[in-house]
Design a protein around this ligand. Structure first.
Ligand code: SF4
Ligand code: SF4
Length: 480
């Protein structure tokens, strides 16, 4: 078996040895776009746990909160209970379909701009440049002997990375508890051990993934590059080197007759965060960050050639352009059947979820019939059944609810805590805010001709008759 060549061209073992990458800073449209996306995603991540949302005195006021202790998920005005987890599943489906949509339309835009690995790696690279200087200075520093100054620089850089990792891990746990209280507890050493452990683990993973492993995570660990291959087609936008225009390459200012536009300056390679050469064709390691487009456009401006030697393009568009045909309009990429299917599916799941959210009842009833004994014969010949009912009030205020029974005309129903003297056709309960009340109730009736008859329990909010739930059960007894 032949060995695997690493990026330096050396034959190695079964896998490539990592070659250090020192991406050069670049400016341009896509670099600025990456700045904006980075600012937006980091702001959302760090600020969200501190947003407040008034839900009244009975519910937390944190706008986005995963309350594991009480098994609730709060998202602004929406509160999800454990039995409504299908809403979270729906959101995940929407996120998945959204990713399919983005990938089939603009390739790995998620990887290039918004993936947390990309955002944090980019942040770590900027910190590195701030401390060590740009590419050339970093290369010089790498080759320099280990002096006190070099050790100090390394310590500062890794220290800064660890601080970012700490802030990242620290921000994450604020999504799981009241942020101001948790921050105070953390600073006073009063927080739960799991909180400190989580921060420790996330600090380490952020530091290792963003600072040390960087592009290795995208190339070797993430399954997405493998999956996305199946989603791209000849009309998906990808970052492409237009070889029919760039080749044959010339070198520097010595441009021979018939040379292409590429002057082999390698600017596109030097700015690439994954260290690849886009001129070798589409590659799995390309995260479509488009920084090579900015670098090449800058070079084209300098040598007076049209921009776009490296560009976002579709395979179909490239073939047409190489053959000298008119460019294919971008609208064609956005309106092809696959894209429309993803848009339709995404919108359908979203509409179904919105409809379900808008129509869900905030009152829920479950009824459990006593299994042993199924029925009890009373001294006067009547039969009594016992039920355990659970009344779930999903609103953030206490509610008075009415419980009624249908299916037995002569039935008497009472709360076991109150005794039979409190029997009534309709029982009244107060259910605390955002909680489940459990009651044991008795139902008494005449023995029936059949051993088991269907009955129904209905719970209705006293202040809103549309908020109700009905559960079917049975009244058991001896066959007369
Ligand atoms: S080849 Fe270009 S688009 Fe792909 S990762 Fe490198 S710089 Fe980004
Ligand atoms: S930046 Fe443009 S001109 Fe320079 S090597 Fe890359 S493709 Fe060629």
């Amino acid at each position: 078996m032949s060995g695997h060549a690493d990026r330096t061209g050396k034959e190695g073992g079964l896998y490539a040895r990592r070659a250090d990458i020192f991406p050069r800073a670049v400016d341009g449209f896509f670099r600025r776009l990456k700045w904006y996306v980075m600012a937006a995603t980091l702001a959302v991540y760090y600020v969200t746990p501190w947003l407040r949302w008034d839900r009244g005195p009975y519910a937390p006021d944190q706008a986005v909160l995963v309350d594991l202790a009480h098994r609730r998920f709060y998202f602004f005005g929406i509160e999800i209970w454990p039995h409504e987890f299908y809403f979270v599943a729906g959101l995940l489906v929407m996120a998945g379909v959204g990713l399919f949509l983005v990938t089939s339309t603009v390739g790995r835009a998620w990887c290039g701009y918004a993936c947390p690995q990309t955002v944090w790696t980019d942040l770590f690279l900027h910190i590195e440049r701030f401390i060590d200087g740009d590419r050339n200075a970093q290369l010089r520093l790498k080759k320099a002997p280990w002096t006190t100054a070099k050790i100090a620089r390394r310590a500062v850089k890794h220290g800064a990375w660890i601080v970012v990792g700490l802030l990242t891990g620290g921000a994450w746990i604020f999504y799981f508890a009241d942020a101001p209280t948790l921050l105070s507890d953390l600073l006073n050493g009063q927080a739960a051990t799991v909180a400190y452990a989580t921060i420790g683990v996330l600090t380490a993973t952020t530091y290792v993934f963003g600072g040390l492993m960087r592009e290795q995570v995208c190339i070797y660990m993430c399954p997405w590059p493998r999956i996305q291959g199946a989603m791209l087609d000849e009309r998906s936008l990808i970052v492409t080197y237009k070889d029919w225009r760039g080749e044959p390459r010339s070198h520097g200012t010595k441009r021979s007759e018939g040379a292409g536009d590429c002057i082999d300056c390698k600017a596109c390679v030097q700015v690439c965060p994954t260290g690849i050469d886009i001129r070798d064709g589409a590659q799995m390691a390309c995260i479509t960050c488009a920084l090579c487009i900015d670098a090449c456009d800058e070079m084209m401006d300098k040598i007076g050639k049209p921009r776009g030697l490296i560009d976002y393009a579709t395979l179909e568009g490239c073939e047409a352009e190489a053959a000298g045909a008119a460019p294919i309009p971008i609208a064609r990429t956005l309106t092809r059947p696959r894209t429309l299917f993803y848009v339709g599916l995404w919108a359908l799941v979203g509409l179904v979820m919105m409809f379900a959210l808008g129509n869900r009842t905030r009152l829920d009833l479950t009824v459990g019939h006593d299994r042993n004994p199924l029925w009890v014969r009373m001294s006067d010949g009547d039969v009594r059944n016992a039920y355990t009912i659970k009344l779930r009030n999903m609103e953030s205020r206490p509610r008075v609810v009415l419980l009624s029974l249908d299916g037995m005309a002569d039935a008497r129903m009472w709360d076991s805590a109150d005794g039979e003297s409190a029997a009534a056709p309709v029982l009244r309960f107060t259910v605390p805010a955002d909680s489940v009340a459990q009651r044991r109730i008795y139902v008494r009736g005449k023995a029936q001709a059949e051993a088991s008859v269907p009955v129904g329990f209905t719970v209705t909010a006293a202040d809103d008759h549309k908020a109700s739930d009905r559960v079917e059960s049975r009244f058991e007894g001896p066959e007369e």
